[in-house]
Design a binder for this molecule. Structure first.
Ligand code: ZN
Ligand code: ZN
Ligand code: ZN
Length: 162
């Protein structure tokens, strides 16, 4: 994120408003943030803002390529300001922790389908799912308790458990 986010908006001919600047700063300060969390942070910074205004600002900034939106299965959309590098994400199934990982290939699309069927493909969306180091069991659970745990986790994917 450049020192002057207002200049960034002007470069794209986006009207600079306090709300848009605050949204951009909130995303830059907290990679993979949800719209709800952006709204909380913007409210702390500039006071009242409707969730709809936050969604509108996020949609505009994403459409202009200033932020990137990712939509992991079973999670609200998340936003980050690291754009344009085709990086991917590692997501913990247990605690939901999401981190960046460089693409092993670099340029998009980094995966080829078995049959392109005439599509001009420009991106393969890659999310690696698993368990973060903190959520890996010290000893292997029995397959029965593992299945039970998996069901519980499917209902509450973001729950932080230690
Ligand atoms: Zn975890
Ligand atoms: Zn990322
Ligand atoms: Zn890749």
């Amino acid at each position: 994120m450049p020192a002057d986010p207002a200049a960034l908006l002007r470069q794209r001919a986006i009207h600079v408003t306090a709300q848009r600047l605050a949204v951009l700063r909130a995303v830059a300060a907290s990679p993979h943030v949800t719209a709800d969390a952006v709204a909380d942070s913007v409210r702390r910074e500039i006071g009242a803002i409707s969730l709809q205004s936050v969604y509108d600002a996020l949609a505009l900034l994403a459409a202009e390529g200033l932020i990137r939106r990712i939509q992991p299965a079973g999670s609200p959309a998340r936003f980050e300001d690291r754009v344009g590098d085709n990086h991917h994400h590692l997501i913990c199934r247990v605690c939901g922790r999401t981190v960046d990982v460089d693409c092993a290939v670099a340029a998009a699309p980094c995966l080829a389908p078995s049959d392109e069927q005439g599509y001009q493909i420009d991106e393969a969306e890659v999310i690696y799912w698993g368990r973060c180091p903190d959520c890996q069991p010290r000893s292997r659970p029995s397959s029965r308790s593992a299945a039970r745990t998996r069901r519980r986790r499917t209902r509450r994917p973001a729950a932080r458990r230690r």
